[in-house]
Design a protein around this ligand. Structure first.
Ligand code: ZN
Length: 83
């Protein structure tokens, strides 16, 4: 067990993680990283809330994709400093 997933990898897998689309090993790697890494843990919470909002509201579901991309980029910039 490597336990060495980087923040970048972790953030890239947040979406499939939330959608339960990862292989069990990947899923576990992300889960472990989120527990150890405060920056990614925070990004995870933001992402989850965002997805919840998307799914919870018909109007949010048609929000321009750019909004989400900007949010993710901002998170990545913040978390990038932690590496
Ligand atoms: Zn991290």
């Amino acid at each position: 067990m490597s336990g060495d997933m980087g923040c970048k990898d972790c953030l890239e897998k947040l979406d499939p993680y939330l959608d339960r689309e990862l292989e069990p090993t990947e899923f576990e790697e992300v889960r472990v990283h989120l527990e150890r890494c405060g920056g990614c843990g925070e990004a995870f919470v933001v992402e989850r809330v965002f997805l919840d909002q998307l799914r919870g509201s018909a109007t949010a579901a048609v929000a321009p994709p750019g909004v989400r991309e900007r949010l993710i980029l901002r998170i990545r910039r913040e978390v990038g400093n932690v590496t």
